[in-house]
Design a protein around this ligand. Structure first.
Ligand SMILES: [Mg+2]
Length: 321
């Protein structure tokens, strides 16, 4: 455990009393290993570094709404739920403190609860975060509701951008959309598309680097590049103008997949034109692409393709939405 972590976390786990429900919780806490901390009291106690603000967000992953059981493994479901929630902390430029997990478990999923928990633990390790507590109840469909808590001295607020800022996006887009489309056709998606859906990477360290290098505003892509840019444009009262030709598209996907598909968990960043893309890419081994600019004007997204304005409908999202 690093120095920063021991400064912000509080207590060891508290012993729980007897009973089958608590036996289940004990086994899940065991599976989380050193990633479970401060569990067992009525509530978790957190110490936020002096001068920082607490950043909080909640996200739900629900069977048949966001995924189908046949698509991904239980371990991947746990990983994905935790990582997707953590992505909102990345969008604020925050350090993760810990998570609270509320599980709705149908009888048919009880046998793989341990594997789901292993996936949660894996995502907590990847993000250097911890499970601080949770809740379990019976349910008719699997749901994993993850509350994430983080801290930062200066959050990257969505409304923090100015006219003249450039717009950047991390990674390459379109993978989750291709994977979902393949599954819906009853096909097996390409491995690299499937991976982008099953194992999203919250860009936490990347976002903190960008914040430290002048980024003014950020949003993570959950609903699709165009839809989420629409939120950023609205928050700042500005026009977001992007060139579709510049948008980084994953191998085997189309530009439309890349700008309309959700579930990416990459970041859109507003920041200075001089942002050092090369330094970012060599530090993180991840693409950072300047795709456009913010300009004065009525809040909307304008997309051009080879210099001409094109109409791109906003993002679609989720399996049955
Ligand atoms: Mg978000």
């Amino acid at each position: 455990m690093s120095k920063v972590r021991s400064a912000v976390l509080t207590a060891p786990n508290t012993a729980l009393g007897p009973g089958p429900e608590f036996d289940t919780i004990r086994s899940l806490v065991d599976r989380l290993g050193s990633r479970a901390t401060g569990i067992g009291d009525d509530a978790a106690i957190l110490r936020v570094p002096r001068g920082d603000v607490l950043v909080a967000s909640v996200d739900a992953l629900i069977e048949r709404r966001h995924f189908e059981r046949a698509w991904i493994e239980p371990r991947e479901i746990g990983f994905r739920a935790t990582s997707a929630a953590m992505s909102d902390l990345a969008a604020m430029g925050a350090w993760p403190l810990g998570t609270l997990v509320a599980l709705g478990i149908p009888e048919s999923w009880r046998g793989v609860l341990g594997e789901i928990t292993d996936g949660i633990a894996e995502a907590l390790v990847a993000a250097d975060s911890f499970a601080l507590g949770g809740n379990m109840s019976a349910a008719s469909e699997l749901s994993i509701t993850t509350t994430v808590l983080g801290h930062t001295f200066r959050p990257m607020q969505r409304s923090g951008a100015s006219a003249g800022d450039s717009l950047y996006v991390t990674g390459v887009l379109g993978g989750p959309t291709r994977a979902i489309a393949a599954w819906k056709r009853g096909e097996v998606p390409e491995q690299w598309h499937r991976e982008r859906f099953a194992r999203p990477c919250p860009r936490l360290a990347e976002a903190r680097w960008l914040a430290a290098h002048g980024a003014t505003s950020a949003i993570d892509i959950s609903d699709g590049l165009v839809a989420d840019l629409g939120h950023l444009a609205a928050a700042n009262g500005l026009v977001a103008e992007i060139e579709l030709d510049r948008v980084p598209v994953i191998d085997g996907a189309t530009p439309a997949d890349a700008v309309q598909g959700g579930e990416e968990y990459e970041l859109i960043i507003a920041g200075p034109r001089e942002l050092s893309v090369g330094e970012f890419e060599s530090t993180f081994g991840l693409r950072l692409t300047r795709i456009g600019d913010l300009r004065a004007g009525p809040p909307e997204v304008r997309v051009t393709w080879r210099g001409s304005r094109v109409d791109v409908p906003g993002g679609f999202n989720h399996v049955t939405a």
